[in-house]
Design a protein around this ligand. Structure first.
Ligand SMILES: Cc1cc2nc3c(=O)[nH]c(=O)nc-3n(C[C@H](O)[C@H](O)[C@H](O)COP(=O)(O)OP(=O)(O)OC[C@H]3O[C@@H](n4cnc5c(N)ncnc54)[C@H](O)[C@@H]3O)c2cc1C
Length: 444
């Protein structure tokens, strides 16, 4: 196994990039669009979930409402830098870079209840933890992220990732590393790679595409691309692998040049890891069996059960099946419970399941919530900012940024969206984790 970069940046690349790095970092840390409101309230604020969104909002509320009693509820002890999983799963980063202790990031003066929320009862402004503790609140922020639906793929066992050519970047840091081990073994000989994408909302919908670019690149580096085949099975309609048209078309053109074949309206329903077979169905119910040497599984995603089973979940419309939080896409306030806000992946918004979305929306959620605490309506509007550095090969990426309407919203003057660059790669590789930690600490 190797972590060595086969394609090292040239000295000129590095100098050019380092010159631009401060600008990139400052753009990443741009101040929220308007000044945040403060309050002298002593309200009880409960935050469900201590991932990126929960801690980012807690850090801001600590500053904006110093008299409030803020409680975070989440049993998770480890804090994972999930945007780094694709780097671990493709042999670029060591696993340690995506693992921190959650205690490191808990803001001072915030109570941390180390249990999960078992159920929400918004009608009585309370929730119950898995330990049976009932916690009342005046205001609630739901930041539980999402649940990976590996259970919806027959024969899939997360513990089997890494063996028999089975990969899946999403499950955990350990699964990401095991995915790299499977990919590394596969590239030595080459063969059939089967890459998958379910329909429906996903966190970092670019990750399945990055994994596909990188499997081709790793084969190329190993000299086995010519005797290999990479097939991408999309659950989306014809010619769709990504929901933003110019990005989609750009990716498909690149894949065509690389010889990656695409298949559409194919849903991964079962795998037989021992026999290395994947089974897909079409909307007409046709079942297709596909053999593989390397398989990348991307599970369907839904809201965690505690949210999905509560009155906070969307009741109808496209977000109801996944049980996503029923928030206004503009203010991120719950549509039926005005003392509830959502941040991050749990939100039933048309786009925006990325860490970059949290960076842009956490200050807005904190501000709008403070307005509501003080009896005023929310006044900041979220544009749906979503971003994804699309790795196209080792040492090169495209920085894709867009809004709810799928309009490209480039934020850095020296980076053209849809044009691959070493700079975009360098941001992903080196600059975005410090920016993520600044978001957690409420510094941006
Ligand atoms: C493979 C991969 C690649 C990615 N790449 C990128 C990228 O390149 N760029 C980017 O911007 N984003 C990327 N992301 C997405 C980014 O990591 C997420 O969008 C971000 O972490 C969302 O933050 P969150 O707080 O909503 O959820 P999380 O950070 O996942 O945190 C959710 C927290 O809620 C807790 N929780 C769950 N259920 C309950 C419950 N019942 N009670 C209490 N707590 C609960 C969990 O334990 C967890 O701590 C990637 C993600 C993955 C997995």
């Amino acid at each position: 196994m190797t972590h060595r970069s086969d394609q090292r940046p040239s000295r000129r690349d590095l100098l050019r990039t380092l010159g631009a790095a401060p600008l990139a970092a400052s753009a990443l840390q741009a101040a929220p669009t308007a000044r945040a409101q403060t309050s002298s309230s002593q309200a009880r604020i409960v935050i469900a979930g201590s991932g990126l969104g929960g801690i980012a909002v807690a850090s801001r509320l600590r500053q904006l409402v110093p008299g409030a009693k803020i409680t975070i509820v989440d049993a998770k002890q480890e804090h994972n830098y999930q945007p780094g999983y694709t780097l671990v799963a493709t042999g670029i980063w060591p696993i340690e870079k995506v693992k921190n202790r959650n205690a490191e990031f808990q803001p001072e003066g915030v109570e941390w209840v180390q249990e999960m929320v078992a159920s929400f009862d918004p009608a009585s402004n309370s929730l119950t933890t898995t330990g049976g503790r009932k916690i009342g609140y005046d205001f609630l922020v739901v930041a539980t992220g999402l649940q990976l639906g590996y259970d919806q793929i027959e024969g899939m066992d997360v513990k089997a990732i890494g063996s028999n050519g089975l990969g899946s970047v999403y499950a955990s840091p350990e699964a990401a590393l095991a995915t790299w081990q499977a990919m590394d073994a596969f590239r030595a000989k080459g063969g059939q790679a089967v890459m998958t994408l379910p329909a429906g909302p996903l966190k970092c919908a670019g990750a399945p595409l990055k994994m596909t670019f990188m499997v081709a690149d790793r084969l190329r580096q190993a000299g086995t691309l010519d005797k290999s085949k990479v097939d991408f099975f999309s659950g989306l309609p014809d010619d769709t692998v990504f929901g933003v048209k110019p990005v989609n078309d750009n990716v498909l053109a690149r894949w065509k040049a690389l010889g990656i074949q695409t298949h559409y309206l194919r849903k991964l329903v079962a795998i037989d890891p021992g026999a290395r077979k994947a089974f897909f169905t079409s909307p007409e119910g046709e079942r297709q069996e596909v053999g593989y040497d390397f398989l990348h599984v991307v599970p369907p995603m839904r809201a965690p059960d505690a949210v999905k089973g509560s009155d906070l979940a969307a009741k109808d419309g496209p977000m109801a099946a996944g049980g996503w939080l029923e928030v206004s896409k503009d203010t991120l306030q719950h549509k039926r419970y005005p003392n509830v806000f959502g941040v991050g992946d749990i939100n039933g918004t048309p786009r925006g399941k990325t860490a970059a979305t949290v960076k842009k929306s956490a200050p807005l959620v904190a501000h709008n919530l403070v307005r509501v605490i003080d009896g005023q309506p929310p006044d900041q509007i979220f544009d749906g900012y979503t971003s994804c550095p699309m790795i196209v090969r080792e040492g090169s990426a495209m920085l894709i940024e867009f809004d709810y309407d799928g309009k490209l919203t480039p934020s850095l003057p020296m980076i053209e969206p849809l044009q691959e660059s070493f700079m975009a790669w360098f941001m992903k590789y080196r600059l975005l984790k410090p920016a993520y930690i600044a978001v957690l600490k409420g510094r941006v």
